[in-house]
Design a protein around this ligand. Structure first.
Ligand SMILES: *Cc1c(COP(=O)(O)O)cnc(C)c1O
Length: 396
């Protein structure tokens, strides 16, 4: 692996130098007023990135997975009903976590490559007249398959069924890179982490709670200590944590939020959409297919590319690492060996992306796939030339 090369995995993402430096901070006294100057801009900035006016934001020393645990352990009691669709490895893992917490999960099995089926959610919610389902889970961007789902449609399903369940959304690989509307979509809990759209090292679980979700925490009886949001809120009220906060990472987050908001969220989303479109043009020119079956579900942060029958897609990832010092993502779960993933989120430009596509192309040709060297790169170049947004490219 060469540290000169950018990575093209869907997290952790490439870190801008300025963020690396911001995380490398001298020790501060986390019980002094200095810490409050770090904490509050982080909470305010995350709220803006999630597009919420009032969500309560919590930042735990953890990762996205800890964010899931924060969501369920603070709001649910043993045996509570949860409704979720499984359409990839990440939705699967959240379901698995709920089951291990003794929750009663109703799973909508959904073919990998498809988005969340809002109509099935609605049907099941309508049938649940006793309101045993307390929470609906939705993975906004399934990182295993490169599939984005329509969260507004899941909210409409809840409303159409007049069902009071809370809506929890995994936004780990979308928030900060793709449009996310906490308030407009009526999200009750949104979960993300530091190492994807926020371009930071792993180490933070970042979570937003609606008032309804906070209210649920007052009666929920699942055990929780480290992830207790009420303890955390008491800490925040005194500009502190119930334990030692990860101050360096939070200093990085403060700057990351400034960078995203300076670039402008809509510009950040447009940059990701443009880069992703170039990647898709390349995949098409290679004659390969995405796992995502429907264009309206194509993810702007990760593309999972199916390889021909009889070819081990993981060889591309191994070869890219060993020979070219570049990280691509492997297929997960039922896609292992059948697909490889190109991460295209975070601190990325068109030009960086071209190097990733060129590498994937070299690997596929090296390994004997019937692909013409330069074909995918040329398609992406053509897309980027014709969709330039010079003023928005930042040098960070
Ligand atoms: C990365 C990811 C996670 C897991 O996050 P960790 O930070 O690795 O715990 C969860 N959900 C999605 C959609 C992800 O992309």
């Amino acid at each position: 692996m060469s540290f000169q090369n950018p990575t093209f995995i869907p997290g952790p993402t490439n870190m801008p130098e300025a963020l690396r430096r911001a995380c490398d901070m001298p020790t501060i006294d986390h019980r002094s007023p200095v810490f409050g100057k770090l904490l509050h801009p982080c909470l305010d900035g995350v709220r803006r990135v999630m597009k919420s006016d009032n969500a309560k934001i919590f930042i735990f020393p953890s990762t996205g997975t800890g964010g899931w645990e924060t969501a369920i352990s603070n709001t649910l009691s043993k045996g509570d009903g949860v409704l979720a669709a499984r359409n990839g490895m990440f939705s699967h893992r959240w379901i698995d976590m709920c089951q291990r917490h003794g929750l009663n999960v109703q799973v909508i099995e959904t073919p990998w490559g498809q988005g969340l089926p809002a109509d099935r959610y609605e049907e099941i919610l309508r049938a649940d007249t006793a309101h045993q389902i307390k929470v609906v889970l939705a993975t906004h961007n399934e990182t295993a398959t490169g599939v984005k789902s329509d969260i507004a449609a899941i909210r409409r399903a809840l409303d159409a069924a007049s069902h009071p369940a809370l809506l929890f959304v995994d936004g780990v690989s979308s928030i900060g890179s793709m449009d996310f509307r906490f308030d407009e979509w009526g999200v009750d809990i949104a979960v993300t982490g530091s190492q994807k759209g926020f371009m930071l090292p792993p180490g933070l679980a970042i979570i937003g709670f609606s008032d309804k979700a906070i209210a649920a925490s007052k009666t929920a009886d699942l055990p929780r200590t480290f992830f207790d949001i009420n303890d955390m809120q008491s800490g925040y009220n005194a500009n502190a944590y119930p334990y030692t906060p990860p101050a360096g990472l939070m200093n990085g987050l403060k700057l990351s939020l400034e960078m995203l908001l300076d670039e402008g969220l809509e510009n950040v989303f447009a940059r990701h959409a443009r880069i992703a479109s170039g990647v898709r043009a390349a995949v098409d020119a290679w004659g390969l297919e995405l796992c995502a079956v429907s264009p309206d579900t194509y993810s702007d942060t990760v593309s999972a590319v199916r390889t021909p029958e009889g070819f081990n897609a993981t060889d591309i990832v191994t070869h890219a690492s060993n020979v070219y010092g570049v990280a691509l993502g492997g297929g997960l779960g039922e896609l292992a060996g059948k697909a490889f993933r190109i991460g295209h989120l975070g601190s990325l430009t068109d030009v960086m992306m071209l190097s990733g596509l060129a590498t994937a192309e070299m690997c596929m040709v090296d390994l004997g796939l019937d692909i013409t060297l330069g074909s995918g790169v040329a398609a992406a170049q053509e897309y980027y030339r014709n969709n330039r947004v010079v003023a928005l490219q930042r040098a960070a």
